[in-house]
Design a binder for this molecule. Structure first.
Ligand SMILES: [Zn+2]
Length: 328
């Protein structure tokens, strides 16, 4: 018996860590991440307690609680809210929602014609004295090009300096240290990041024509590509934004209409630096921050150098995307 019980004790000692691990909730087993399930698009316009109009645009479960993503139609930004709060608030009708600055901008930026390339916001809708920097994080083996973000943070501008980062799920999966480094820059108030949806997988085949490439690849589940990326950002503790950059800047009428349903504004560019397009005031500047386009980064640093004095004098600046739609 003694031998038997010692053996039993021995097996329990071996299995105890396994039992402990299996009994942990999923988010604890994965570290800091918080698991999200049942992520879906909704559209519920409502009035806040102070009478301002907003809309719930996503619903999901986080740690067993029903949560919502709320779109602020003046700030062009999302925030997270408990779903139980919504039941106490007054609903707004669709007509009122359509008159908000965000909804009107979404309608303009998703209107025909539907060019195959570079649809959506390419430059500011209003005259502005600044530029909109966007740096794509398409899937890549190379590390983040931290140098251009360091150079941006070092510009003689009021911190934190706004940068839009169109990001893919595959880039986030492969670059946890770079993501943590970006978050550290934000925590240090050096940069403020708008996380732009750049799809989850960013399919690309250099041998396919554009009409069948990127998100136009036959049988692509576009909605899933967009929503999965948002869900991953939220699981990482990052807030998505209501902006979307199409991989390859390639889209068609069907994709743009689906994007409008998801309340996401398409983001093109009129200054893709590596293609030789020079920025003008109001330009959406496009570079790649994923290490795959060093020429674009070189041109961005040269652009910074050429504007150093006017940045320092406050004549020009880098602007958040919202400023392309609303007077400041
Ligand atoms: Zn890309």
């Amino acid at each position: 018996m003694a031998v038997c019980s010692r053996r039993t004790g021995f097996f329990f000692a071996l299995l105890l860590p396994v039992f402990l691990f299996l009994s942990l909730p999923p988010q604890a087993a994965e570290g800091m991440d918080s698991a999200i399930s049942r992520y879906e698009a909704v559209r519920i316009p409502f009035y806040e307690e102070d009478g301002t109009l907003a809309a719930a645009v996503r619903r999901f479960q986080r740690d067993g609680e029903e949560r919502l993503l709320i779109l602020d139609p003046k700030r062009f930004a999302f925030r997270e809210m408990s779903a139980t709060r919504l039941s106490a608030l007054r609903r707004a009708d669709e007509a009122a929602w359509r008159q908000t600055p965000f909804s009107a901008a979404l309608a303009r930026q998703t209107a025909p014609p539907y060019p195959l390339q570079n649809d959506g916001l390419r430059r500011s809708e209003l005259p502005v004295a600044g530029f909109f920097l966007t740096a794509d994080l398409c899937p890549a083996k190379k590390p983040l090009d931290r140098g251009f973000l360091e150079a941006t943070a070092a510009l003689p501008l009021t911190a934190p300096i706004p940068v839009a980062l169109p990001v893919t799920g595959l880039w986030i999966e492969k670059h946890p240290e770079d993501l943590a480094w970006i978050e550290a820059q934000v925590a240090a108030q050096r940069l403020t990041i708008t996380w732009v949806n750049h799809s989850y997988t960013h399919f690309y085949d250099p041998d396919l024509p554009l009409e069948k490439n990127f998100l136009l690849r036959p049988h692509t589940d576009f909605r899933d590509e967009a929503l999965r990326l948002e869900r991953l950002l939220l699981e990482k503790g990052l807030l998505p934004s209501p902006f979307f950059r199409f991989p390859g800047l390639v889209s068609d009428q069907g994709l743009i209409e689906q994007l409008r349903e998801l309340c996401l504004i398409p983001l093109g560019a009129d200054a893709w630096l590596a293609k030789g397009e020079a920025p003008r005031p109001g330009s959406v500047i496009l570079v790649h921050g994923n290490g795959n386009e060093p020429e674009g980064i070189r041109l961005l640093l040269a652009f910074y150098e050429s504007r150093q004095a006017s940045f320092a004098r406050g004549e020009t600046t880098l602007l958040p995307l919202r400023d392309a739609f609303l007077p400041q």
